[in-house]
Design a protein around this ligand. Structure first.
Ligand code: UD1
Length: 343
């Protein structure tokens, strides 16, 4: 019998791509949970179509403990929880910190309580490279110092990691994998699933593709940084490569490959790419010239961050399949799908 994996935030950008990888691995039965506060039900319909499969969907808010627990109680024994559900806009978190602390932390606490009560001993947590802040040394490794969080969002990720570590200390039979994502971009190669920011996007790649179709205006935030072309450096990683790492993390936990209760992994390509280089990569694959302006720095941006990913490659057996050109081309294909079919 296949193992049951509960995916929270399953209709979100990374959650939906992870459902596909889990289903296509053939090893897992997935249960999708989402409150659809920042995602759409159509994303799950798209996953069903791409994978040609059905799965259970629980519409509930992890902050509503009673409702959520009552639905979870009906699905039977869960083997692994992959917890994506969270708010993730850095700027919004600065404007509305209480919303971020409440949503991201209460949901995590409730879910851990459910795991404790029901002896669900395998937990995979979405963390972020933002926990490294302005790192002193690049690339960052999993043991690089955790700097003071630059935003409430980043702080909820730092606190989330700490909460999980303390939780595990109290329950020796429980284990967790914490995955620190760098900059997930791109879309499923079919062009049938991708990021669909409700409202105005904040992230670079959706803004690039929207600018290319005339629905947005890209401003490069700062070109006076101490980098090779003056713009910020990030480690862009294809969302399907990130999604695949979750299947590997699930295998890792279920096969007892972990050497300690909590295992941390950076998920990035290891390549730093400037904003202007990202734009050039897009222009090359989309075969067009992008109109953009050079603007002021954005508050809270770190100058440069990219990953040392050796640990994920060695311990999870992670293989990165996609290049920056694949990331840009798939994002562009997805933008056209949205234009033609809607979401
Ligand atoms: C941030 C967080 C990341 C989080 C993500 C979620 C950090 C270091 N990273 O990514 O952990 O998961 O948000 O939203 O805090 N840019 C422009 N013009 C734009 C938009 C972006 O020039 O209109 C530039 C930014 O200055 C940055 C790069 O593009 O240098 C990437 O920005 P973005 O896509 O917003 O991601 P991060 O801020 O790196």
């Amino acid at each position: 019998m296949s193992k049951k994996v509960l995916v929270t935030g399953a209709a979100g950008y990374i959650g939906s791509h992870t459902l596909i990888e889990l289903i296509e691995s053939g090893a897992y039965e997935v249960i999708a949970l989402d409150n659809f506060s920042n995602s759409t039900k159509q994303a799950l319909e798209r996953v069903k179509k791409i994978t040609n499969s059905e799965f259970k969907v629980l519409e509930t808010d992890l902050c509503n403990k009673e409702h959520c627990f009552s639905l979870l109680d009906k699905v039977g024994k869960i083997d692994v929880v992959i917890h994506f559900a969270a708010l993730k806009a850095v700027g919004e978190s600065v404007l509305n910190p209480l919303q971020y602390y409440t949503n991201n932390l209460v949901s995590l606490l409730n879910l851990l309580e459910y795991c404790k009560v029901n002896q669900i001993t395998n937990f995979v947590f979405s963390s972020s490279c933002s926990i490294y802040g302005n790192a002193d040394e690049l690339p960052v490794t999993e043991t690089s110092p955790i700097k003071k969080a630059e935003s409430p969002y980043a702080n909820t990720k730092q606190m989330g990691e700490e909460i999980i570590e303390h939780f595990l200390k109290s329950l020796p039979q429980h284990n967790a994998v914490i995955l620190r994502y760098f900059n997930p971009v791109g879309a499923h190669l079919s062009g049938q699933l991708g990021e669909y920011p409700l409202g105005k996007p904040n992230n670079l790649v959706p803004i690039i593709t929207q600018t290319a179709i005339g629905k947005n205006n890209l401003t490069v935030f700062g070109n006076d940084y101490d980098t090779r072309d003056g713009t910020c450096i990030r480690d862009y990683i294809h969302v399907s490569d990130i999604a695949n790492a979750h299947v590997l993390a699930t295998n890792f936990l279920l096969n007892n490959k972990n050497e300690s209760q909590v295992s941390l992994f950076n998920l990035g390509t290891g390549n730093g790419v400037t904003v202007l280089e990202a734009i050039t990569a897009f222009e090359k694959v989309a075969k067009l010239k992008l109109k953009y302006t050079l603007g002021a720095r954005r508050a809270g941006d770190v100058v440069a961050v990219y990953a040392n990913n050796n640990l994920a490659i060695k311990k999870l057996n992670w293989k990165i399949k996609y290049s920056i050109n694949d990331m840009m081309l798939s994002a562009w294909k997805w933008q056209q799908t949205i234009e033609n079919d809607g979401i």
